[in-house]
Design a binder for this molecule. Structure first.
Ligand code: UDP
Length: 328
């Protein structure tokens, strides 16, 4: 039986495909390559197309014995979602709906879902627990929460079990240096910071220094992308051994401010990396830190690359070797 990975040519998707291949799984990948990269797919069978194209997706299910899906394909930028809500609702929800319909039709009854800390919105407490209230402050978070709920109703109606993984901030790159983060335009903090020592940008914009945090900049919980990938395999194991649907946070449990991230990147790269304060970015909560105790307890998950220096160094290793990302 094969595992279908949607969005498998993207950043977290490609690292999960690599982990699945290492584990000897048969992998089928669907990606429209709008954001993803063909070269990021290290193996398996890649189909280029859009989830919203039901006829295309039907062909993928017809040609492969798919028993489980890992669903990454979605738009994922908080800032952009605030100015283009329709784009986010259409791709994220409509795509998931067509996918679930095909799963139902072809009897694929397990799905591991790429969710996000953005489903919580401004936290009531940190570290955030899965039982905390979900009131997204961004359209992106709202669509991911709606996707989780969609899966819940599909389970009730059609018995498709799911594990939803609410990630905090994915960072770093594969230890081989072959795959890593490559967005165009790049908006994520660590790759943006590393563009300065790469000579692609003069300075970093710090989005707001008037948040209620010690240095006034936003605090996030950064987690190595390969540790995230491992959690998807454990979630799949859980579903395959008959485990019930559930939701898990994935983070390191440690929070770092934008200023602290800059300091770490300066140490790792040996570059002064100038930065300047700019206005806040819409939709950004001040502090997001995960409690991942439930994932550790119930999935047996344990992040292995948990030093921030190590995470930033792995990103730097990838970007130095691929200053233009996957472009030749
Ligand atoms: N950030 C920043 N400057 C940038 C990019 C990001 O100050 O050029 C901040 C952003 O406001 C957030 C944190 O860095 O507080 C992480 O942002 P990123 O976009 O990497 O991830 P997100 O938390 O949105 O998933």
């Amino acid at each position: 039986m094969a595992v279908l990975v949607t969005g498998g040519a993207g950043y977290i998707g490609s690292h999960t495909v690599a982990a699945l291949l290492d584990a000897g799984e048969e992998v089928v990948i669907v990606d429209n390559l709008e954001k993803g990269h063909r070269q990021a797919v290290l193996g398996g069978k890649l189909y280029v197309g859009d989830l919203r194209d039901a006829a295309f997706l039907d062909g993928v299910f017809r040609e492969n014995a798919i028993d489980a899906v890992i669903h990454f394909a979605a738009y994922s930028l908080v800032g952009e979602s605030m100015t283009e809500p329709a784009k986010y609702y259409d791709n994220n929800l409509h795509g998931t709906l067509i996918l679930l319909e095909k799963m139902r039709e072809y009897g694929a009854d397990k799905i591991v879902f790429s969710s996000t800390a953005a489903t919580y919105g401004e936290p009531e407490q940190v570290p955030i627990k899965e039982t905390d209230k979900t009131e997204p402050t961004s359209v992106y978070g709202e669509t991911k929460l709606a996707m989780e709920r969609l899966m819940r109703w599909f389970e009730t109606a059609h018995g498709i079990r799911y594990v939803s993984l609410r990630y905090f901030n994915a960072a770093g790159a594969h230890e081989s240096g072959r795959i890593g983060e490559d967005h165009d335009p790049e908006t994520h903090l660590i790759p943006v910071i590393l563009q300065v020592p790469l000579g692609k940008r003069d300075q970093v914009a710090i989005f707001g220094d008037d948040y209620p945090t010690e240095d006034g900049t936003c605090i996030r919980d950064y987690l190595h992308v390969s540790d995230l990938a491992d959690a998807h395999l454990l979630a799949l194991d859980r579903l395959r051994s008959g485990g019930a649907s559930d939701i898990y946070n994935l983070g390191s449990g440690q929070g770092y401010s934008v200023q602290e991230m800059l300091e770490v990147a300066r140490r790792v790269t040996g570059h002064p990396i100038p930065a300047a304060v700019q206005p806040r970015r819409a939709g950004d909560p001040a502090v997001l830190i995960a409690s991942s105790e439930k994932a550790k307890r119930e999935l047996g998950w344990q992040p292995k690359r948990d030093r921030l220096e190590e995470i930033v160094a792995s990103a730097w290793n990838w970007h130095k070797q691929h200053p233009d990302g996957y472009e030749e």
